[in-house]
Write a protein that binds this ligand. Structure first.
Ligand code: PLP
Length: 231
């Protein structure tokens, strides 16, 4: 446990240093960038250590795993981000524990999340996931569908539209891919000025994401180590 703590502490320091350097390189204030540690496949005990080390935002991509960890760690003051592809029939359950759902990519999913949040008496922050490549199986709305999903979210009474999320496609320079978010983000902000977030950047490409204006980076492996169990 103690050695796990020192590994996580050192990795976190490295990642925070990368964020600071990436911000400095493009003249941004590092306080504009929130680190979300993606804890999928790692145990709740790691999240408890991360919380002790000052992490406030955690991300999960599978409902069953996330719901169990959120219940086990209910005593901690954490913001839970759901970042995985989500089926409509699980939306109601996710709405009971997630604070932020980053992977809203179709109007029907927004409607289902709204219904779930309303029945749980909660309000959810929602990001629209943008597909940066045609079909790499990573989900996301096509660029020409993004505004429609944004409008469905803003029309929903228990959802708050915070901005956009994207995953860089495999096999393309992430800087080129993230650059496609800039005009979309401007279009979203011109209609919804409060939708200021851009969640982009993972362990391998957080610098490119910060250069492209990311306000939230989602980092797994660089903090926790290489995936324990690939599913
Ligand atoms: C796993 C995951 C991450 C973190 O990826 P790493 O490469 O481990 O940093 C970020 N975003 C999403 C949507 C993920 O599923």
């Amino acid at each position: 446990m103690n050695s796990r703590r020192s590994v996580l502490e050192a990795n976190l320091a490295t990642v925070r240093g990368r964020i600071t350097a990436a911000c400095a390189a493009v003249g941004r204030d590092p306080r504009e960038v929130t680190l979300i540690v993606v804890t999928k496949t790692w145990p709740a005990s790691d999240i408890r250590i991360l919380a002790e080390l000052g992490v406030r935002d955690v991300g999960e991509n599978r409902h069953q795993e996330a719901v169990e960890k959120a219940a086990e760690l209910a005593d901690l003051d954490l913001t839970w981000h759901f970042v995985g592809q989500l089926q409509r029939n699980k939306a109601g359950a996710v709405a009971r524990y997630a604070d932020v759902v980053q992977s809203v990519d179709r109007p029907a999913l927004a409607v289902a999340l709204d219904r779930g949040a309303l029945s749980a008496g909660r309000e959810l922050t929602a990001l629209v996931q943008v597909a940066l490549s045609e079909d790499d199986g990573r989900g996301g709305a096509r660029a020409d569908r993004v505004m429609e999903v944004c409008r469905t979210i803003t029309a929903a009474s228990a959802l708050r539209l915070a901005g956009l999320m994207a995953v860089a496609p495999l096999g393309e320079d992430p800087a080129t891919a993230f650059a496609r978010l800039t005009p979309l983000r401007a279009e979203v902000r011109s209609e919804f000025p409060d939708a200021t977030w851009l969640s982009a950047g993972m362990s391998g490409d957080l610098e490119a994401a910060i250069a492209a204006g990311a306000t939230h980076v989602r980092v797994g492996g660089a903090v926790l180590g290489s995936r324990r169990d690939v599913r």
